[in-house]
Write a protein that binds this ligand. Structure first.
Ligand SMILES: [Zn+2]
Length: 334
């Protein structure tokens, strides 16, 4: 089968070629992949940095493939054959106390598709059947663009218990996660301020702040009323700190990424005296994935697809990743 396999660190080590088709083991399914998206984590895997260091090479990339189930491993419900599915990248262990409670996001023994095992930037991928979600009538590109970002955002908003009465700050609003966070805050009826480094398209009911760096963001936020909730998807320590500082009494901050600048400096006295909270959300529960797919199916939230590339052009797609226009970069495998 054709696959984008990282054979050595660096983009020059990524090759599209023929490798053996994987075989589904017990409880697993084989998926004929139609589409998969590019993610920031792939760049870490390619560079061998941060969370990407966990990948053993050679490794097929691709976190979030969507396709059709074409073969079942032992013990998988026969009715799943032929089902159109999309794969949640984080694979929980299924055995621990958190998994038993349905808190798969917090499973301490989870692995990630395309990092710890071969991913879906290939004609076929094998995953545990429980991680392959029925995508109903969603097309493969839309389902792939949904399955990783929106569930994490929903988890973050749940963690901060956001309601329509809340004033919410979203920092890093320019990216895929940021778009999902602003869309979900609007869906909840909260009042939203979206902060980004570059100007965004105007959205009804969304106040915008453009600040090229954390210091200027902090300056702009100091002029505004305090926030009840700060959701950061930028992963930048300075930006997370600016969000926490902008919270009012009992404010809740959640950050969904810590990959850019991991250092975080907070005013501990302010955090303590104003009863603020700060939480990291790095994954999603199965229930968040089902909710995210439902929101996209019924049109409440629409992911933005930025550009599409054939599998053979995946190296070029990574090269332009980041500089490409707003929205998810999708690889069409077939
Ligand atoms: Zn577990």
């Amino acid at each position: 089968m054709r696959a984008a396999q990282l054979q050595a660190s660096g983009l020059e080590g990524l090759r599209v070629g023929d490798i053996a088709r994987p075989v589904p083991g017990s409880g697993e399914v084989l998926i004929a992949v139609e589409a998969v998206s590019l993610n920031q984590l792939d760049l870490n895997v390619i560079a061998g940095l941060g969370p990407g260091r966990a990948a053993r090479l050679p490794r097929v990339l691709g976190l979030d493939p969507a396709g059709i189930i074409v073969e079942l491993g032992e013990g998988v419900d026969a009715r799943r054959l032929g089902q159109a599915v999309v794969v949640k990248p984080n694979i929980p262990c299924g055995d621990c106390a958190r998994c038993a409670m349905g808190h798969e996001a917090d499973c301490p023994a989870q692995s990630v598709l395309g990092v710890h095992r071969d991913g879906g930037a290939a004609e076929f991928v094998v995953v545990p059947s429980r991680n392959a979600f029925d995508r109903h009538d969603l097309d493969a590109a839309t389902a792939s663009a949904t399955v990783h970002s929106l569930p994490i955002v929903i988890n973050a908003f749940d963690a901060a218990a956001v309601t329509a009465a809340d004033r919410v700050l979203v920092t890093g609003a320019g990216g895929t996660l940021g778009h999902a966070a602003v869309a979900y805050a609007r869906h909840l009826g909260a009042s939203v301020v979206a902060a980004s480094r570059a100007e965004l398209p105007r959205l009804d009911g969304v106040e915008q702040i453009v600040a090229p760096d954390a210091a200027r963001l902090a300056g702009r936020l100091a002029d505004l009323d305090a926030f009840d909730v700060a959701i950061d998807v930028s992963g930048h320590g300075g930006t997370i700190a600016a969000g926490v500082a902008a919270l009012g009494w009992g404010g809740r901050a959640v950050f969904c990424s810590a990959s850019v600048d991991a250092r975080l400096e907070l005013d501990a006295r302010d955090l303590y005296l104003k009863r603020k909270q700060l939480r990291g959300v790095a994954s999603a529960d199965y229930e968040h994935v089902r909710r995210a797919l439902r929101h996209v199916q019924n049109g409440t939230i629409a992911p933005i697809i930025g550009s599409r590339h054939p599998l053979d052009d995946i190296v070029g797609a990574y090269r332009g990743f980041g500089a490409s226009p707003r929205g998810k970069v999708v690889i069409d495998v077939v």
